[in-house]
Design a protein around this ligand. Structure first.
Ligand code: ADP
Ligand code: MG
Length: 653
């Protein structure tokens, strides 16, 4: 056998993650076993499916199972000479789909998840154990969790249908070795050379069969494939044997998990802990579920569903490639993961299993999209999840708060995409508001607080609460005591465009269209007369920047602000589109002036007293630029603005 051993480096993010593992910052080391069994179970699911679809695949699928072996190092699948002196090993073996060499490099040597750049940043910052724990919760650590308990890990794998196998080994430092080997059973075995420090620690002795049995019961009991282990059995001494005869000890293979599908059991018969472990398996997650939803539908389309709402959003929840996290089973047989047709994209954080009774095992993703039964299931899962969130909001405010902080910005995508459930979504949403510094409000509560004479629900959109609170657009609303919703998630810019009203009250942006704050009286009419010449002149002078100049009722202390047309594109929305690669033009906006501000009245008087000068035109430009800056906007030509301002200041110092 010519074994070409190649040494390679882990991808940078993977290396950092491994560092965290090697230094064992995670408080619950036992979880590594759940992860390995979970991977083995996935591999068996995949092989069964592949064998069903591809009749040419020549593999024996009659006895798919997981095997656990503890103790001596012969069990590593290595040649005896390599078996190391360490002695304490644990091997998890499956006869599932296996991996090719390239797959091993891709799947084990790199982190495939999207947004790894951000992860790298967070890993770099995570120096405190608590940070790291949280990070692991958000990210989920699969195979690498083995390095919490092992000094070195050997993975031996042969892909179903291939003749050559791959041996991978690493100590969790920056590198691994990979080699082709000719001889290995089909499937994957993972052998851990356990860290010595756990040897004397009964709680963490992973070579002890009873320990393994306990962990399998606790973490992996529901796995549908048999998990087998060899156990020693002491046979009773045969009758008539002499006193003092040594009892006979035999070794038997035992299945140590009960293999019950949790979704088929009534909720009352399953413990929270069992649900939590099952959640971690299906969701590939490390956090606790915030909510468990068990459903059973009978009648035309029979199915069972077991869904989970996580308590922590994965770090890439916003760019999750639109994948949802539901597995489809048909009559207990795994059909596919990430079955995107079972829930709308805005519920992509929901994880779990749907098991349908009457569906072909042969369904493909393409067929599913058209399938009537899937559409029916999707509709009822959606309704059920939304009503569950609504219940949580009514009865468990703290959990709802957690939920909304983690997933609110995803749920709000539904306000745009799911017109049928829009009202339900509006009712279970909550928003930051000027009414309270800390507590968000529902729309119903907002409406309940509306002032006499207030007709509309006012909102402001922007990058941060602080920016919005100080923006000139809010001045008159504050002065009149009107509550304003402060919407700072990127998706807010989008959904406000598709939600015209709530409870018969129109939603109105403080920075869009005309607002009537009831300030107009006779005096204002006079003002309009007074200002006509100024407005006309400014409109001409600033024609490059604005489409209209008018007086405002929105302002109390700032001289001017910029307003978008009722149906116009706000600069924030344009920025968002640009970030996603779409260029949409921002129309010119409207400049509104505060008729009580000395700068505005001064400009009016100066304009009336003399023919317009360059200096006056510069003041107009400065006025416009100031309005843009005050709302957190970006000047077209900041250098010119700075020069004008510096010249003006030079004249006044
Ligand atoms: P995850 O399971 O969340 O994808 P892991 O780190 O646990 O992340 O595993 C990474 C990938 O390696 C898996 O997605 C799978 O493709 C592959 N893999 C891991 N273990 C096995 C196994 N026993 N058999 C086949 N493939 C495996
Ligand atoms: Mg995994």
């Amino acid at each position: 056998m010519s074994e070409q051993v190649e040494q390679r480096e882990f991808q940078a993010e993977a290396r950092q993650l491994l560092q965290l593992m090697v230094h064992s910052i995670y408080s619950n080391k036992d979880s590594f076993l759940r992860e390995l069994i979970s991977n083995a179970s996935d591999a068996l699911d995949k092989l069964r499916l592949e064998a069903f679809r591809n009749k040419d695949l020549d593999v024996d699928v009659s006895d798919l199972h997981v095997e656990i072996e503890t103790g001596a190092s012969e069990a590593t699948g290595e040649s005896g000479a390599n078996a190391g002196a360490a002695g304490r090993t644990l091997t998890i073996r499956d006869n599932g789909i296996g991996m090719t060499r390239d797959e091993v490099v891709d799947l084990i040597g790199t982190l495939a998840k999207s947004g790894t750049g951000e992860l790298r940043k967070k890993l770099g910052e995570a120096n405190k154990a608590a940070d790291a724990e949280e990070l692991i919760g958000q990210f989920g650590i699969g195979f690498y969790s083995t390095f919490m308990v092992a000094d070195s890990v050997v993975l031996l794998t042969r892909k179903a249908g291939e003749s050559s196998a791959t041996r991978w080994e690493s100590s969790g430092d920056g590198t691994y070795t990979i080699a082709e080997v000719d001889d290995a059973p089909q499937g994957t075995s993972v052998t851990l050379h356990l860290k010595p420090e756990d040897a004397d620690d009964e709680l963490h002795d992973y070579t002890s069969p009873w320990k393994i049995r306990e962990l399998v019961k606790k973490y992996s009991d529901f796995i549908s494939w048999p998990i087998r282990m060899e156990v020693e059995k002491t046979l009773p001494a045969p009758e008539g044997a002499e006193e003092g005869t040594e009892p006979t000890v035999t070794v038997e293979t035992e299945t140590i998990n009960s293999r019950t599908a949790l979704w088929a059991k009534p909720k009352s018969e399953v413990s929270d802990e069992e649900y939590a472990q099952f959640y971690k398996h299906v969701a590939h997650a490390w956090d606790e579920p915030l909510e468990v939803i068990a459903m059973k539908a009978e009648g035309t389309f029979e199915y069972q569903a077991l869904l989970f709402i996580p308590s922590m959003a994965p770090f890439d929840i916003l760019n999750a490639d639109g994948h949802t996290g539901i597995q489809l089973y048909v009559k207990r047989v795994f059909i596919m993961g990430d079955c995107d047709d079972l829930v709308p994209e805005y519920l992509r954080f929901v994880k779990g299993v749907v098991d349908a009774q009457d569906m072909s095992l042969n369904v493909s993703r393409e067929i599913l999209q058209q399938d009537r039964q899937i559409k029916v299931i999707r509709r009822s899962l959606t309704k059920k999840v939304l009503s569950t969130i609504k219940d949580m909001q009514a009865n468990r405010p703290e959990d709802y708060q957690t939920f909304w902080t983690q997933f609110g910005r995803v749920v709000k995508e539904g306000l745009v995409s799911d017109a049928d459930n829009r009202d339900a979504l509006l009712r279970l949403s909550s928003f930051a508001t000027t009414f309270s510094e800390t507590a968000p409000t529902t729309l119903a509560d907002y409406v309940g607080r509306m002032k006499d004479g207030q007709e509309q629900i006012y909102y402001a959109t922007g990058e941060s609460r602080q920016l919005l609170e100080r923006s000139p657009h809010l001045e008159a609303f504050k002065a009149k005591g009107y509550e304003v919703l402060l919407l700072t998630d990127p998706v807010d810019e989008v959904w406000v465009g598709s939600v015209p009203e709530f409870d018969g009250k129109a939603l109105q942006s403080v920075a869009k269209g005309e607002v009537d704050l009831g300030a107009s009286d006779d005096a204002d009419e006079d003002k309009h007369g007074d200002f006509a010449e100024l407005l006309a002149w400014l409109q001409e002078t600033l024609a490059e920047h604005v489409k209209e100049v008018r007086l405002s009722t929105r302002l109390t202390s700032s001289p001017a602000c910029l307003i978008t047309d009722t149906f116009g594109i706000t600069p924030q929305l344009a920025r968002m589109y640009r970030a996603s690669g779409q260029e949409i033009p921002v129309g010119k906006r409207i400049l509104e002036l505060n008729p009580d501000h000395p700068l505005v009245t001064g400009l009016r008087d100066a304009r009336a007293a003399a023919e317009p000068s360059d200096s006056l035109a510069e003041t107009a430009e400065l006025l416009y630029g100031t309005a843009l800056l005050a709302e957190g906007g970006v000047l077209d030509d900041p250098a010119r603005f700075a020069t004008l301002l510096a010249d003006r200041l030079a004249r006044t110092v």
